[in-house]
Design a protein around this ligand. Structure first.
Ligand code: DON
Length: 227
């Protein structure tokens, strides 16, 4: 109801010349641009205890059932079960036998809440929404710190690329690859699909002196806070 485009459309239907019969007045078309609503949070307390939580509705407004009196939606994780072999889900992922809708099976999930330790000490807490791209974002951010020596925020900011087996394409964030790398990949027969954002990481890195560095993804409205 606060969406200005929606309100403009409602306003355009008002006639100042003639009364409109009530039978012609009905609800407007609600813009379904609500995000898929997966959320990740990473927390570390003063004792070094860590929490990494990824929680999801899977798709906009989940299964669209609100729990009466509780005020939250139920999720749409049934989409992550494989209803028909070879048929992709909302995120283009193809489930297998293990994801069948049957007892003792599990839905396919990319959610990757991650806690990294080194020599039994906490090193990093990571995670993100993003459906099928979640594993990619977490892995590339990890590599940026561990193998490329970046700090947490720098690692989160770094551009990402994603391939998920099917569909046969590489998703590439704008400016992630040079023109020559793109040309070389295309020459090898890869399909590139440019996209402006992959993931919205929320991460914490324990620095060598014990201080914590937050990495809040500039791709979203993420924030890192210390108390
Ligand atoms: O479990 C999964 O992998 C999916 N249900 C997650 C969906 C998701 O991250 C959508 N949000 N961006």
């Amino acid at each position: 109801m606060l969406d200005s485009v929606y309100n403009q459309r409602r306003y355009e239907g008002i006639s100042f010349d003639k009364a409109t019969p009530s039978a012609l007045v009905s609800a407007g078309e609600i813009p379904l641009n609500e995000s898929p609503e997966t959320t990740h949070l990473s927390v570390v307390d003063g004792h070094g205890n860590a929490v990494s939580i990824t929680t999801t509705l899977n798709s906009s407004f989940g299964n669209k059932v609100m729990v009466q009196g509780a005020g939250f939606f139920l999720n749409n994780e049934m989409d992550d079960f494989s209803s028909k072999p070879g048929t992709p889900n909302l995120y283009g992922l193809i489930g297998g036998e293990a994801n069948a809708i049957a007892p003792n099976k599990r839905m396919l999930s990319s959610m990757t809440p991650t806690i990294v330790t080194y020599n039994d000490k906490l090193k990093m807490v990571l995670g993100t929404p993003g459906g099928s791209t979640i594993i990619t974002s977490v892995y590339q951010t990890l590599l940026n710190v561990i193998d490329h020596g970046m700090g947490m925020q720098e690692a989160v900011n770094a551009k990402r690329v994603h391939h998920q087996w099917y569909p046969d394409e590489i998703r590439v964030e704008t400016d992630a690859l040079s023109n020559s790398t793109q040309a070389q990949l295309e020459a090898l027969g890869h399909q590139l699909r440019m996209t402006d954002k992959i993931g919205r990481m929320n991460c914490i890195l324990v620095l060598p002196d014990g201080r914590l560095e937050g990495g809040a993804d500039p791709r979203g409205d993420n924030t890192a806070l210390g108390y």
